[in-house]
Design a protein around this ligand. Structure first.
Ligand SMILES: NC(=O)c1ccc[n+]([C@@H]2O[C@H](COP(=O)([O-])OP(=O)(O)OC[C@H]3O[C@@H](n4cnc5c(N)ncnc54)[C@H](O)[C@@H]3O)[C@@H](O)[C@H]2O)c1
Length: 284
């Protein structure tokens, strides 16, 4: 969104609106909106329930592990897995790690998310402590330098590092490259870095492990995400005269339509409120 606003402003007059897919993108759009610089309305598709509840959580939860398993062919049961960030992606990755039998450690900066992780039964601690005990690290934060030199300094020899969140800056791979310019691929998509006498293994160059080392989300998950994208694009076109140049939530009826279509595709049906129930639930 920044590129079109600042590098190609000549395109702006022709743009009706945009649909934003990612958590990271929403963060940038919000900053543009706060600065009053948005030139068209944006629907924050990532904030739609049928996007982040399923794509970020179940999609990444499964496909990140698909990437790790395909690439390493390791037994996960009994391993200590450190998940950085307990947002939607982190919840999915932690949940599937537990399903594989791992001991899961969560690191967070948000106290509420940390309480959630604790209540879920995961160990919660700062990364500097987790770095000492972890065997497999998966960053899910959208942040930068979540695992960096101070953590490498205390990490175990042989630790495996990967990222399911943002770019290849969540794990500070550049630091490892500087330490070991001769690093090499020991197995497809696994680079070995020697750093202060220890070996670290980075999957998919620290890029999104589910895309670099696997096929991304399953199609059923993307069906929901793209349904929201398509219906949001239609909404922008139909309401273009009345929408402000702001970051807009996915209209509730779009989540409703997409989830009903998904249920139907699974051969599932649900109950409907009776008039009496509707009146009861809306009375004071
Ligand atoms: N791999 C994929 O296919 C995929 C899919 C969806 C989203 N994503 C990306 O994953 C990232 C996370 O998405 P989300 O929906 O879970 O976002 P979210 O905002 O729900 O969660 C991010 C969490 O990380 C925490 N965090 C931030 N900095 C941290 C730090 N230094 N240490 C520990 N915790 C930290 C935040 O407090 C927050 O709880 C985003 O960059 C998003 O674009 C990737």
């Amino acid at each position: 969104m920044s590129a079109v606003h600042f590098e190609h402003p000549e395109l702006l007059p022709a743009i009706v609106g945009a649909c934003e897919e990612t958590t990271t993108g929403i963060t940038r759009d919000r900053a543009l909106a706060r600065a009053g610089k948005l030139a068209f309305p944006i629907i924050g598709v990532n904030e739609g329930l049928c996007k982040h509840l399923f794509d970020n959580r179940f999609g990444t939860g499964q496909s990140a592990w698909d990437g790790i398993l395909r690439t390493t062919n390791m037994n996960i049961a009994g391993r200590i897995v450190v998940v950085a960030g307990y947002g939607w992606v982190g919840k999915g990755v932690a949940m599937r790690a537990r399903g594989l039998g791992a001991q899961v450690v969560v690191t967070e900066v948000d106290p509420v998310k940390a309480v959630e992780a604790h209540m879920e039964g995961y160990q919660v601690m700062p990364m500097l402590e987790a770095a000492r005990i972890g065997e497999i690290f998966i960053t899910c934060t959208g942040d930068a330098k979540v695992i960096t030199k101070e953590h490498f300094a205390v990490m175990k020899d042989g630790a495996i590092l990967c990222n399911a969140g943002h770019f290849d800056i969540e794990v500070d791979v550049q630091h490892l490259r500087n330490k070991d310019p001769q690093h090499h691929e020991v197995r497809h998509n696994i680079e070995e870095y020697t750093c202060d006498g220890k070996h670290f293994y980075v999957l998919g160059e620290g890029r999104l492990v589910n895309l670099a080392c696997a096929d991304g989300h399953p199609i059923e998950i993307m069906d929901l995400t793209f349904a929201l994208q398509a219906l949001s694009a239609e909404y922008l076109v139909r309401h273009q005269e009345s929408l402000p140049n702001e970051l807009i939530n996915v209209p509730e009826m779009i989540d409703d339509m997409a989830s009903r279509a998904f249920l139907a595709s699974c051969g599932l049906s649900i109950d409907t409120l009776t008039e009496e129930q509707r009146a009861y639930l809306s009375s004071y």
